[in-house]
Design a protein around this ligand. Sequence first.
Ligand SMILES: Cc1cc2nc3c(=O)[nH]c(=O)nc-3n(C[C@H](O)[C@H](O)[C@H](O)COP(=O)(O)OP(=O)(O)OC[C@H]3O[C@@H](n4cnc5c(N)ncnc54)[C@H](O)[C@@H]3O)c2cc1C
Ligand SMILES: NC(=O)c1ccc[n+]([C@@H]2O[C@H](COP(=O)([O-])OP(=O)(O)OC[C@H]3O[C@@H](n4cnc5c(N)ncnc54)[C@H](OP(=O)(O)O)[C@@H]3O)[C@@H](O)[C@H]2O)c1
Length: 553
Amino acid sequence: MLDAEVIIVGAGPSSIALSHTLKHKLGLNDFTIYEKTDGPGGVWRSNTYPGVGCDVPTILYSFSFNLNPNWSKELCEGSEILQYMESTVDKFDLRKHMHFHIECISANWNEKGFWEVHLRDLLTNLEYTRTAKVFISAVGGISKPRDTKFPGMETFQGEIFHTARWNHSYDYRGKRMAIIGNGCSAVQVVPEVANDVAFVKQYARSAQWYHERPNRSFTALEKWCFRYIPLLERFIRLRIFLASDRMVAAYGSTVEAENLRAKAEVHARDYIYSTAPAKYHHFLVPDFPLGCKRRIFDPDYLETLHNPKVELAPHGIESIDQTGITSTDGVRTEFDVIVLATGFEVQQFLVPMEVYGRNGRSLFQQWKENRGAQAYMGTYVHGFPNFATLFGPNTFPAHNSVLFAAEVQVAYIARTLIAPLIDRRISTLEVKQTVENQWVNGIHAQLRGGVFEAGCSNWYINSNGRNSASWPGYASTFWKQSVQPQWNVFIKMPHSRWWVLHRLKRLVVTTSPQVYALLGLILLLNSQNTIVATTVSNVLGAAGSFVNVFLGY
Ligand SMILES: Cc1cc2nc3c(=O)[nH]c(=O)nc-3n(C[C@H](O)[C@H](O)[C@H](O)COP(=O)(O)OP(=O)(O)OC[C@H]3O[C@@H](n4cnc5c(N)ncnc54)[C@H](O)[C@@H]3O)c2cc1C
Ligand SMILES: NC(=O)c1ccc[n+]([C@@H]2O[C@H](COP(=O)([O-])OP(=O)(O)OC[C@H]3O[C@@H](n4cnc5c(N)ncnc54)[C@H](OP(=O)(O)O)[C@@H]3O)[C@@H](O)[C@H]2O)c1
């Protein structure tokens, strides 16, 4: 028995983008989203640590189908982004498709051509199975906290938690706090807690590149303009997108890229020297190229290092005991609370969910044999029909909005898999193994010699030395590759010879009332044979072709 046509796992931003497309662009209502937490929003729901926020201007870090004229500032805090995610879900009536507190444990493709998806209700512990024609993973790439273990950690008698699992019932005011790590999460926490704790000691075993992060609040007039001046916010968004994309030019291995990088490094070094206390300068400036680790846009962290309550220890962790930490330089310090800002299991895509494709083939096994996760366009995996993954391998933009990449993938999946299935043009779709391998080899060839593998420790590279995370070029290139899908890369099982009729039906159903009104107007004007009629129909024709080429499914 078929319960749902499409099952999506995860209700983060990628899933919201996908469900909006399914419902409002493709007219599909037969889809269900299973989410293990208590609501939508993904990382913005689980990361509630003090200072959590966006480092991509929020006008860009938002959905193209729901621009927000009310952003309070250029780079918003996590709570405001979560509120935006929630309101997007309600505005587009997506919540009724979402089931919370449900974890997907595994999924397998059966011989009848369906996905059997095994779920666990986290409130009742009951396990059950649902069947779907399409199975889509939207479990996120930076979602599962890294399971860091330090010798003696289990004996610590104070509080210990990860940034992505912040314990809000613990009052850290006046307490002695340790923060382990100096990635984006850690440097957002330090300035927020510095004045409230007894002291904070941060353990950082390697350096980072820091840049200014000006963050201005929008005035009431600006918000009014965003709301009422047509296309203004969209234009600003495009400008931010292009500026962010230009940064990528400094990440390659060409002489031009090296020159650009050198300039950016000079700028960042000047910023570090002019902002941070001199006693930390020797440690703060990295000896690896800029971009090797994700650049940090400084939320007043370097300035906070002047605070006498803050100490930066440029060391790793030797051990933890009942009341304190001994760092790798042998110094022991006592603490009440330890914050693990130690990052995420980025390389373990989909873990711990098990996925089995044709002939019971395990996705993890397949990826293990490939020395890392891989997918054609970061989306499709050979041997796994009607399966797609959002924010998948090699889709992480170097410094752009992940939402852009997710929306590109969503449109690609809609065009290549969902629309043809709804139209009954195909019954299954699977990428060819040779195509997947060639595409992935191409990505790795582009990544070779670039900054990501310049010798620093980062979360892009897996234990086999393969970069399964990064998209190697411009975010706009990813979009260009997805816009005109190559159909011969897929193995497709044809479905109905009458698919054109189904396509027409979908066109009729999904065409908006405004378009029908415009068509009516054109017909009316045409019957009068005026020059206006010809102009209107020409403009609409041109707009129609644009929409068809760039957005059509
Ligand atoms: C603190 C933080 C700040 C960030 N800031 C930025 C930024 O400024 N700009 C940017 O572009 N990116 C940023 N990112 C990256 C961020 O991961 C993406 O922007 C975005 O959240 C990806 O959305 P997603 O829906 O793919 O994944 P997620 O947001 O990770 O959502 C995945 C969802 O799937 C659920 N899930 C996972 N496994 C299961 C399962 N087995 N069963 C059921 N549900 C499951 C999770 O609970 C979660 O809700 C940030 C990440 C973090 C952690
Ligand atoms: N919008 C934002 O500003 C924002 C905020 C938070 C997160 N994010 C996203 O999430 C990603 C992850 O950020 P993150 O800061 O959570 O993680 P991260 O960048 O992976 O940083 C983890 C930190 O923990 C340290 N660490 C890990 N294991 C350790 C160990 N065993 N001993 C000592 N130190 C250890 C790392 O040191 P080494 O570097 O030496 O390994 C690093 O300093 C970011 O890159 C970004 O994409 C964005």
